[in-house]
Design a protein around this ligand. Structure first.
Ligand SMILES: Cc1cc2nc3c(=O)[nH]c(=O)nc-3n(C[C@H](O)[C@H](O)[C@H](O)COP(=O)(O)OP(=O)(O)OC[C@H]3O[C@@H](n4cnc5c(N)ncnc54)[C@H](O)[C@@H]3O)c2cc1C
Length: 422
């Protein structure tokens, strides 16, 4: 499809998730005309990570948004402790990080996205188009030609938006990455996630850390009035679990979290339980002329470790820092493609992606997949002894989870002094 005459922007960002909104906010603060196309009408979806990491908290501080973020209802996780037969052992201590906010804030992601969208709306060059589902790419010179914009479906009907650069931030089932033809390297994952709410007043210990029991594996995210539960089981078991029925499902969950057994009657139907196909993959190249992929669109992350949101935000900060000037000065316009600037984004973000995905693959193989098969081994005794003797070592996993291997700082031109909390 050709762009033709009609609607135009400088940078079209597909997807208003963490990567898309942070990128758009920063580019708008650089004065770049940026349009976000988000397929949903709001950000109220459950299938989101709720973790806001110390490095993201630093970014919010730099953006002048920390006070407003801090006013949101949240719980704070200062340590990751793993139960062992000899008592809990702290494996990651965020308090040891040299970050201004050394904890993981658990906040429903829609609150964070609303905050980012509000801040971006204050910039005159920012536009958010909700209920705009991107369906394909516009190209010049035939199916393999340079990408020149996107085609979308909206309540007003189908349309197209021409852009100097299209950035895919549309997540792990990215339509843009599919249409771009960029090659993907996928890794085997042996489990899926069943995602549902348990209305409860109980606080369940160990958010972020999976509850690994011989009866199964569950991650609980505390939210107001309910626990957002992620039950992990062997990949492809959905039909079998549904055939067993609701009572069997409730019994399965009660065996993992007996303290919630009385609350499970409130799960009234298996229709409330959504299965999520867990994927782990990354693109071999993140860009082709006219299009760049970031966040899960470039590298789908597993929920293990709760690091995907942070990685997506770090991608966005790096991309904004490296691309704001070329976008503003027209280096992408009239069919031009500044190869070096785009390659610099991928070069910068590939190492942290590979490092974190490698760690996730090890945790899948050593911890999660044996546990969903019923073999819970627990932490190796020498490791437990080591961290008990040298607790300073807990800073290493805290850095990997809380900050990431190559933290990005918000560039000076996007920073703002602290704003009032409304
Ligand atoms: C079950 C589960 C739990 C997880 N828990 C955590 C966690 O606790 N912490 C954590 O850090 N990570 C977690 N992750 C990983 C995390 O969700 C992702 O890594 C992160 O959301 C990636 O952010 P993103 O902005 O790249 O994409 P996404 O968050 O997926 O956002 C993509 C956006 O694009 C929009 N979109 C999609 N297609 C289109 C289209 N065609 N047109 C327009 N818009 C479109 C979507 O509506 C969405 O708003 C979890 C993942 C899973 C599967």
């Amino acid at each position: 499809m050709d762009a033709g005459e009609g609607e135009r922007t400088t940078c079209a960002v597909v997807g208003g998730g963490p990567a898309g909104l942070v990128l758009a906010l920063l580019l708008a603060r650089a004065g770049v005309e940026v349009t976000v196309l988000e397929k949903h009408a709001d950000f109220l979806r459950d299938f989101r990570g709720d973790t806001v990491h110390p490095s993201t908290l630093t970014a919010l501080e730099d953006l002048g948004l920390f006070e407003r973020f801090d006013a949101l209802p949240q719980t704070r996780l200062r340590q990751v402790a793993v139960p062992t037969p000899s008592g809990d052992v702290v494996m990651a201590d965020f308090g040891r990080l040299r970050e201004p906010h050394p904890y993981v804030a658990m906040v429903p992601q829609w609150d964070l996205l609303d905050l980012l969208a509000d801040a971006a709306a204050a910039e005159p060059t920012f536009t958010l188009r909700r209920e705009h589902a991107v369906t394909g790419l516009l190209r010049e010179g035939g199916p393999a030609g340079r990408v020149t914009g996107v085609a979308y479906d909206a309540p007003t009907g189908p349309g197209s938006l021409a852009a100097d650069l299209v950035v895919a931030c549309d997540g792990r089932t990215s339509v843009v990455r599919e249409a771009s033809g960029l090659a993907v390297r996928s890794f085997r994952v042996g489990f899926d996630v069943w995602w549902f709410r348990i209305p409860t007043r109980h606080r369940v210990a160990g958010s972020l850390v999976p509850r690994l029991t011989p009866a199964g594996v569950l991650i609980g995210i505390p939210r107001r009035g309910y626990l957002q539960a992620a039950y992990l089981d062997r990949k492809g078991r959905d039909a079998e679990l549904r055939a067993e029925g609701l009572d069997a499902f409730r019994r399965r969950i009660a065996a993992i979290v007996p303290e919630l057994a009385g609350d499970l009657a409130a799960v009234e139907s298996l229709d409330e339980v959504k299965v999520l196909d867990v994927r782990l993959d990354r693109l071999r190249r993140w860009a082709a002329p006219g299009v760049l992929c970031l966040g899960d669109a470039a590298h789908a992350m597993s929920p293990v470790g709760g690091v995907g949101v942070n990685l997506a935000i770090q991608d966005a900060i790096a991309a904004a820092r490296l691309l704001a000037t070329p976008l503003r000065t027209g280096a992408f316009s009239r069919g031009a493609w500044p190869t070096a600037a785009v390659a610099a984004v991928e070069r910068r973000r590939r190492m942290p992606t590979v490092a974190i995905q490698t760690l996730q693959r090890v945790l899948h193989r050593r911890l999660i997949e044996p546990a969903v098969a019923g073999h819970v081994e627990g932490l190796p005794a020498p490791l437990v002894r080591l961290v008990r003797r040298l607790p300073a070592l807990t800073r290493v996993p805290a850095t990997l989870i809380g900050v990431g291997p190559r933290p990005e700082r918000v560039p000076g031109w996007a920073r703002r002094p602290a704003g009032p909390s409304d």
